[in-house]
Every structure is written in C-alpha cells, then in structure tokens.
Design a protein around this ligand. Structure first.
Ligand code: ZN
Ligand code: ZN
Length: 118
C-alpha cells in the first residue's frame, strides 16, 4: 500500500478524517496525535475530538446530578422512617423508610463516585 499523494512512498497509515493512505512525509503529528493528511483534515479531527469531549463532560455532569438527586430522595425516605419512629411507631413504615432511604443514599454515592472517576 502506497501513499495517496506520493505513489513512490510506502503508506504508514490512514488519515483519521478522510481515510486516505498517508506516508511518513505527509503524516502530520498534530495536536490530536492522530494521523491526518492535510491541515484541513487535522482541523476536522480536532473538531470531532472536542465535540466528543463535550458529550463526555455532559454525561459526567448528568451522572453527578442523578447521584445527588438520588441521595436527596434517600434522605427524604429516611426522614419518613424517622417520622414514623417518633410518632406512630409503625414498624413496617419505619423499616421501609430506612431501607429505601439507605438503598437510595448508597446508590447515589456510587453514582457520584462514578461521575468523579471520569
Ligand atoms: Zn485526510
Ligand atoms: Zn505522502
């Protein structure tokens, strides 16, 4: 396989944007660190990368938001458990409030942890 622009040179890879075969002479080690045959292709790869990063940041943010609202929900259920413990001592509702509350708080903390790792 030879370079699309230099038929005499061996291709070292393909342009990440247009897919043309490129040799060491036209390989541009751009800011993206990916193979590109021209400044135009390099720009396009950089744009695609930043778009991808944007999507990733958004996903991370929504995971964190979901985690926090799950913790809040868990706290509300725990309050319900405390309420029944203090006022009517309804064993089933106390158990239910604390169990659901705990499950929500733990999964919320896990979600926030996942969001932090990314
Ligand atoms: Zn290209
Ligand atoms: Zn070339």
């Amino acid at each position: 396989m030879n370079c699309a622009r230099h038929p005499e040179s061996m291709a070292i890879g393909f342009c990440c944007s247009c897919g043309r075969a490129i040799c060491a002479n036209c390989h541009r080690a751009g800011s993206t660190g990916k193979l590109a045959c021209s400044p135009e292709c390099e720009k396009e790869i950089a744009e695609r990368d930043s778009a991808l990063r944007l999507v990733l940041t958004r996903t991370t943010r929504s995971t964190k938001g979901a985690g926090i609202s799950t913790i809040v929900l868990g706290a509300l259920f725990s309050c319900l458990g405390i309420y029944h413990l203090l006022f009517d001592r309804h064993a089933v509702l106390i158990g239910l409030g604390f169990t659901i509350g705990l499950v929500f708080i733990v999964s919320g903390i896990i979600l926030v942890g996942i969001a932090k790792k990314k």
